[in-house]
Design a protein around this ligand. Structure first.
Ligand SMILES: [Zn+2]
Length: 174
């Protein structure tokens, strides 16, 4: 019963109709109380007097060990005012990308390290490329990339193959 109650309550935490949970707890509590009342042939009032609201029940288990069970009543079903704000804050926090690869345009220019005005330079499949390769294509093949993040200046330069191969490969890490 406690598992059922806990499961129901935990699942519904933060829900608008949490007060309904109070009702459900009440139903569970009373259904147990009624069962006891019928079994012992006593009134509900007496059940709660004898076993308290939590319906504490002591018994011996199979191994002769004394056990006590009680209904794990939730004392309050007031809406947890911190529940939604907490989640809200978590959602609003800016996410630090561990793998910056997920957003290639956030990276610096591959050649000069310029952190702004990024464009993607794409290359065709190797089978569709014609020799001789431009220097940027050579480099992209070397690092096995189909696209590379560049600033606008470098993009124009490499498009016209104005940069030497070693100017491209000596990337400036910032
Ligand atoms: Zn650049």
């Amino acid at each position: 019963m406690n598992q059922v109650l806990r499961g129901l309550v935990n699942n519904n935490q933060g829900c608008r109709n949490d007060y309904v949970m109070h009702r459900i707890q009440y139903i569970i509590q009373y259904s147990i109380a009624y069962t006891i009342a019928r079994k012992c042939d006593i009134s509900i009032k007496k059940v709660f007097k004898k076993y308290h609201a939590e319906l504490i029940y002591s018994y011996m288990n199979d191994r002769g060990k004394a056990k006590t069970i009680r209904l794990a009543l939730y004392p309050s079903f007031k809406r947890d005012k911190t529940f939604f704000p907490q989640w809200n804050n978590k959602i609003k926090k800016t996410v630090e990308y561990k793998y910056r690869d997920t957003n290639p345009l956030k990276r610096n220019c591959y050649i000069c390290g310029n952190p702004q005005h990024h464009v993607m330079f794409h290359r065709k499949r190797i089978s569709s490329l014609h020799m001789p390769y431009s220097n940027i294509i050579k480099e992209m093949i070397r690092i096995n990339r189909r696209q590379i993040c560049l600033c606008r200046e470098c993009f124009i330069k490499v498009s016209q193959n104005l940069l030497e191969f070693n100017q491209i490969t000596k990337r400036k890490l910032t």
